[in-house]
Design a protein around this ligand. Sequence first.
Ligand SMILES: NC(=O)c1ccc[n+]([C@@H]2O[C@H](COP(=O)([O-])OP(=O)(O)OC[C@H]3O[C@@H](n4cnc5c(N)ncnc54)[C@H](O)[C@@H]3O)[C@@H](O)[C@H]2O)c1
Length: 513
Amino acid sequence: MNIVLYGPPGVGKTTVGKALAEKMGREFIDSDPLIENLAGRSIPHIFSQLGEAEFRRLETKVCAELAARQGAIIALGGGALMNPGNRAAMERSGLVVCLRANPDELLARTAEQKRPLLAGDDRAHKLAALLKLRRALYDSFPIQLDTTGKSIEQVGSEVEALFVVRRLTVNAPGLKHDILLGYGLLETLTEVLAANGLVGPTVVVTDENVARQSPISNLQSPISILPAGEEHKTLSTIGRLYDEFLKRGLDRNGIVIAVGGGVIGDMAGFAAATFMRGVRWVNVPTTLLAIVDASLGGKTGVDLPQGKNLVGAFHPPALVISDPLVLRTLPQAERVSGMAEVIKNGVIGDAALFEWIENAPKSGDLGLRLDWLQRAIEVKVRVVEADPFEKGARAILNLGHTIGHGVEAASKFKLRHGESVAIGMVAESRLAERLGLAESGLAERIARVCTKVGLPVNCSGLNPDRIREAMSSDKKKAGGALKFALPKRIGEVVCGVEVEEGILRETLEAITA
Ligand SMILES: NC(=O)c1ccc[n+]([C@@H]2O[C@H](COP(=O)([O-])OP(=O)(O)OC[C@H]3O[C@@H](n4cnc5c(N)ncnc54)[C@H](O)[C@@H]3O)[C@@H](O)[C@H]2O)c1
């Protein structure tokens, strides 16, 4: 994994990059000298003699070369990622950290330098125009670091801190295990397993979509590739897994490694829970939903024709290994859908997480933020610790799910799980306001954040009766009556609320109008 430093001219990509490379023991590569080598002249001369178009052509060539490197710290010119092809290549090769600084500081830092785009008189004006032109581009990178007023060492330390692997623990009797969260963990999966004492015969379980991506191509273990999709989360697939485990010689010392979304985690975990009365397993979640939700809590299982998740077991993984970089290959719609669970975790237990999302610039790559992921994971871990075996307090996690499940089923699963949860979360917040439980404006606030990340908040055209019917067949209803988890304010939810049928009906009519 490369660390790519990007941002406006003068922000300190080269100086910080050099210092950081020395600190982290990595190779440092600056794109500008490579371009100068190719052209046989300096950057100002390329601009004045060959023109900006030729400079950009050479820059693209250099980006392609740099993207093929591994483990380097790369400083890129401020315009290099305006080209979508360059951006895609660099983002595939590692993590782009966008450094920022206020215009005065950028002017001061470039005062003595020869920058073709800032040459001549009126540098302040030229810089302002350049920043205006590129603001949306710079804003679009999920990892931002403001360098204003900071020393090179300080910026270097802050970049380095982004790459420190975080270890979280689920501290519940019978479910205790660790979660590792960090960029690039998948590249070194074999070493990570060994360092955590996970040695023995292994079988990797994944699905056909994940198998096509690079993350597992460097694993030495035998790989069992299952068809992708909820429709395959069945006992017959589990039977197939048992056959594969036996064929691959997995014994009671064996380790099953699930690399995939929630479907693969649930199935591989269930197969591990039951094969030879239980073998160890490691969960490597590869969807946003799986990182912040499905991989946490030790629940494993499969669906029956009569309903979802009707057969299962509590069987905690020996370790969860979460590397947000896997999300780069996840289709955008799946990432957006996963954001519903991140937002939900903010609403149920972390107001600061919710506010971070609320105040962040709009970005297509929200799931890449390690700090957000950590906070979202911590919310679920706290809930699991309070109620490891789902006797009551885990009901808080149902926020948005009671109506959400009805919406998902009524749409015949055309709406994704997260999309339905977003619709459910906003509808249930409206219910809470109507019942006088929630502060006024809460539903609107949650709706704004959902809309901002690309989630729907209503489902015009769906039949409210269908939604209501599907809600009744949800296995989470207790003693015949629907019980809601409803928000009071951001960060606080009340559970076990019963809602009068007429009010519920009006809410469902409002979201389907
Ligand atoms: N055990 C629990 O506590 C728990 C909690 C919540 C949800 N779940 C379960 O999780 C499942 C949903 O999980 P999901 O949303 O992750 O769905 P999923 O596993 O079906 O993955 C979604 C899609 O993304 C693909 N994919 C996964 N990772 C990819 C990657 N990195 N790059 C490209 N494609 C990738 C998959 O092949 C699939 O097509 C449901 O079965 C649900 O019941 C379990």
